[in-house]
Write a protein that binds this ligand. Structure first.
Ligand code: UDP
Length: 404
């Protein structure tokens, strides 16, 4: 769509858009390829879906490729994900063999586009071995890690580091995620698109309609956590926090809404556990949403009095950014990227336990003015730090610095 970028001027100012065009001028004849392992579900897909058209509009030939694999491949890469986020995991040799063979196969498919690209962004561990199978590459390769790897399982990191070390640069979301690597490491936190279906303003009617659809009563407090059903998002901890808070606030309702990502094989089991934990409570709404339910999620976040993101590990947490942008204080797990966004007592509260979360829920729901004040700060904080235009500028700067 032409002039998509210009529409952001209303949110961030014309200067910001002019600067993007200026930076992109030097990259105009370049070809950039992003590679990840799913087109739907999760933060990486969410970001690429917005970045790619905007980069194209800036005149940079940008592609997005997705690798494919069998169930064993995703089981293995889910274990990498869990291991990098500090869990003990098993990793049989035949899984690793399958992981490497799958990447070798994908490298064959993608060879023409990858070997010729000026810049290749490889997102997360799943496609990290591709570089090894494209020795004739022409451009610079960047490993973009979205995961919280501040304390990785050593065995898993040692194995993956063997692939990652060959890259020209890595990008992490937080300084504490950086690792000893023989190449430059950059810090670029992710961002949200304020004009996407997920984040645009919605009419009250639309919010009412979505609430009615799911049986939510807007005259009573609503607490929302949006997340893939993943153990690191701690849905059981959220239900526990809600239960404790409900002793003091019998009216509250809890919404746990999420879908699954195509590259996440553990979602069903975590969903089943959450359903079991919530059984019998009509005020706990566990919603399984399709991957394109952006307006529904938008409406649920806007309907919320408070948003919770009680993750135990979190690379960044776009759901936190989305909620803050909508003027909602976030009660977030004191971990990873949530710490970049939830400024304790200002944009929300950082918590370590279900009891801590319950305490903050109770405190805020008893003080509506505080919710509004924190919500205003939250929105402003995202405007200044976590919008897509800042993210594009940092990617452009990174590409310029690697190529010239
Ligand atoms: N999301 C979604 N549908 C869902 C669950 C999540 O569209 O059912 C979106 C959510 O709004 C956010 C992204 O997926 O934009 C999740 O990113 P985040 O960084 O919070 O977590 P990740 O899933 O990448 O660990």
């Amino acid at each position: 769509m032409a002039n998509l970028l210009e529409s952001y001027a209303e949110v961030v100012g014309q200067d910001v858009i002019d600067q993007l065009h200026q930076l992109a001028g030097t990259l105009r004849d370049k070809r950039v390829v992003h590679v990840n392992s799913t087109r739907f579900g999760g933060g990486v897909a969410e970001i690429l879906e917005k970045h790619v058209p905007l980069m194209r509009e800036l005149g940079i030939e940008t592609h997005w490729e997705v690798i494919t694999g069998d169930a064993l491949f995703y089981q293995c890469t889910k274990n990498f994900h869990n291991g990098l986020q500090g869990k003990m995991v098993t990793m049989p040799n035949d899984w690793l063999r399958n992981f490497e063979e799958t990447n070798a196969f994908n490298a064959e498919q993608l060879r023409p586009i990858l070997s010729d690209a000026d810049i290749v962004f490889i997102h997360d561990p799943q496609p990290s071995p591709l570089l090894r199978y494209i020795p004739e590459r022409k451009g610079k390769w960047i490993w973009r890690c979205h995961i919280d790897i501040h304390r990785p399982n050593r065995m898993i990191w040692r194995y993956l580091r063997g692939f990652v070390a060959g890259y020209d640069a890595s990008v992490f979301s937080l300084a504490s995620f950086a690792q000893p690597l023989p190449h430059p490491q950059y810090l670029i936190p992710p961002s949200i698109d304020p004009l996407s279906d997920k984040n645009v303003d919605l009419s009250n009617d639309k919010i009412d309609t979505v609430c009615a659809l799911f049986g939510l009563d807007r005259s009573r407090p609503i607490i929302v956590q949006i997340s893939r059903f993943d153990q690191f998002k701690d849905p059981l901890g959220v239900i526990e926090a809600y239960r404790i808070a409900k002793h003091f606030l019998p009216d509250i309702q809890l919404v746990l809404a999420g879908g699954s990502a195509a590259d996440d094989p553990e979602g069903d089991a975590v969903l089943a556990e959450a359903r079991q934990a919530a059984e019998g409570d009509p005020d706990v709404h566990i919603l399984l949403l399709p991957p394109d339910a952006h307006r529904t999620i938008n409406a649920l976040q806007r309907a919320a009095d408070l948003v919770v993101q009680k993750s135990l590990r979190e690379g960044f947490g776009l759901t936190v950014t989305e909620a803050l942008w909508k003027g909602k204080p976030v009660i977030g797990g004191d971990t990873g990227g949530i710490r970049l966004q939830v400024i304790d007592h200002h944009t929300g509260f950082l918590v370590n336990t279900p009891e801590g979360a319950a305490l903050r829920i109770r405190y805020l729901l008893h003080d509506r003015r505080k919710i509004e004040k924190m919500g205003r700060k939250a929105h402003q904080f995202v405007r200044e730090n976590f919008l897509i235009t800042r993210h594009l500028r940092e990617y452009l700067t990174l590409m310029v610095s690697l190529l010239y």
